[in-house]
Design a binder for this molecule. Structure first.
Ligand code: AMP
Ligand code: MG
Length: 344
């Protein structure tokens, strides 16, 4: 199959993409978080193609992308007021809510669960595709399963050229890490995955938030977890990653001491001069955490190279989107962190 590259700016792009979705084909869509691999979320056969193209485990559910809060009730039952309050505060935007699913949503889409994840993306062309298709678009990140997420159309082409009908090229993703996921099906709201909307912002609306253990620790492959996606090896290049925490100077001293040929350093732009001769790669500026979230996955993809032996990574501190960057880097590192302040 020839994969069409459609520019988000071309006048007929949304109509072409919507037609392909209605026909049951796969179309990669740009969002503010990452590129999604989209299909008609109500069509089991179309959704099955997503799992096949990604090599995704069947129990790892997808997110349903919709046009706005008025569509929540079409696909979710027993919607609590908090869902509408969150939608009012953060949609369109990088927030996914988990709610009880209506029967219209196929089990393929929910990974066999009775709940469904739903979100309204902050991307005009993608919302137009959903509107014209007349169906919600089920989409996980458009990377091959286990690989770093796709934040440009070129990343999607690299992973799926010739295997999907089209890619809508909307340029690099603004946020760059996947959406925040909040489960609203229990007594207390639960953060299943940090993303572009930080826990502090959620708390201002919800007044209460449990942080799921899958956010803060490594989860075994056979564990029962609320967000099945959290237990799989994720966001990771092929070689080992270790996070080196501590002050700029102490971290640089530690890394330079342990650095061997074939290793790489993933650091902040401000730190590049400290790593001369250590093949440093910057993923953004520490002073502007939005550049770090936007640049993280492109950098992890660049480091996903068999010639690289070991990656030493620097991780931002703090809340908001920095919390999501910490989570993705810790997952890439399988929670392997050394504190340079404690090393002699
Ligand atoms: P991706 O967009 O590739 O990160 O994949 C979607 C994420 O949403 C996965 O991590 C899933 O585990 C999560 N997800 C989707 N549906 C549900 C659900 N019903 N309950 C909990 N998590 C979900
Ligand atoms: Mg993913």
């Amino acid at each position: 199959m020839k994969t069409l590259m459609l520019s988000a700016d071309a006048p007929d792009t949304a109509a072409i993409a919507a037609k392909l979705i209605r026909e049951g084909q796969l179309v990669a869509i740009p969002t503010e978080t990452v590129y999604g691999l989209g299909a008609n979320g109500l069509d089991e056969g179309a959704v099955a193609k997503i799992f096949e193209a990604k090599g995704r485990p069947q129990d790892n559910p997808l997110i349903l992308h919709i046009c706005g809060p008025e569509q929540i009730g079409n696909f979710c039952a027993q919607v609590p007021p908090a869902a509408y309050q969150l939608a009012e505060a953060f949609w369109p935007g990088p927030l996914t809510m988990v709610l009880p699913a209506r029967d219209i949503v196929p089990k393929r889409t929910t990974g066999g669960l009775n709940t469904v994840a739903i979100r309204c993306p902050d991307n005009d062309v993608t919302r137009e595709v959903i509107r014209l298709a007349g169906v919600p678009i089920a989409a996980p990140s458009a990377n091959l399963s286990g690989k770093p997420s796709t934040t440009t159309a070129q990343h999607v082409l690299h992973d799926h050229d010739g295997k999907i009908a089209a890619i809508v090229d909307g340029g690099p993703c603004r946020v760059g890490v996947e959406s925040t996921i909040v489960d609203l099906t229990e007594q207390r709201p639960r953060l299943l995955r940090p993303g572009g909307i930080g826990p502090e912002a959620l708390l201002t609306v919800l007044g209460d938030l449990v942080i799921d253990k899958a956010v803060t620790a490594q989860i075994d492959a056979d564990a029962v977890v609320k967000a099945p996606g959290m237990k799989y090896r994720h966001y990771a290049p092929t070689e080992p990653v270790v996070i080196v925490s501590g002050s700029r100077e102490k971290a640089a001293a530690y890394i330079r001491r342990h650095f061997e040929p074939g290793d790489r350093v993933l650091c902040f732009e401000e730190e590049l001069p400290l790593y001369e001769g250590c093949a440093p790669l910057s993923y953004g500026r520490e002073a502007d955490v939005n550049t770090l979230s936007a640049g993280l996955f492109a950098a992890l993809r660049e480091l996903d190279d068999p010639a690289v032996h070991q990656v030493y990574a620097r991780c931002p501190e703090g809340g908001g989107v920095a919390y999501a960057v910490q989570n993705r880097l810790k997952k890439a590192a399988a929670f392997h962190i050394v504190n340079a302040e404690e090393e002699v």
